[in-house]
Design a binder for this molecule. Structure first.
Ligand code: SF4
Length: 69
């Protein structure tokens, strides 16, 4: 799973940090940082974190597999 945060929307509410601290973090008051590649064992934490974001700034996507089948 991959995650992208629209930092122009993010207001630093830190709901995501609270729910998935391994993936999201805050520097100081407002600087959000996050892992774009979500470890498999964190996926079940990241989904509710994205749902909890008050401004829907967190977008989730599946890993794009490379190579044709
Ligand atoms: S919950 Fe949303 S607004 Fe709050 S820090 Fe996370 S991405 Fe930003």
């Amino acid at each position: 799973m991959r995650t992208v945060v629209d930092l122009t929307r993010c207001q630093g509410y830190a709901q995501c940090v609270f729910l998935a601290p391994e993936v999201f973090g805050l520097h100081g008051e407002e600087g959000l940082f996050y892992a774009t590649a979500v470890p498999a064992d964190q996926a079940e934490r990241v989904r509710p974190a994205a749902a909890a974001c008050p401004v829907q700034a967190i977008l989730l996507g599946q890993e794009v597999s490379s190579g044709a089948r």
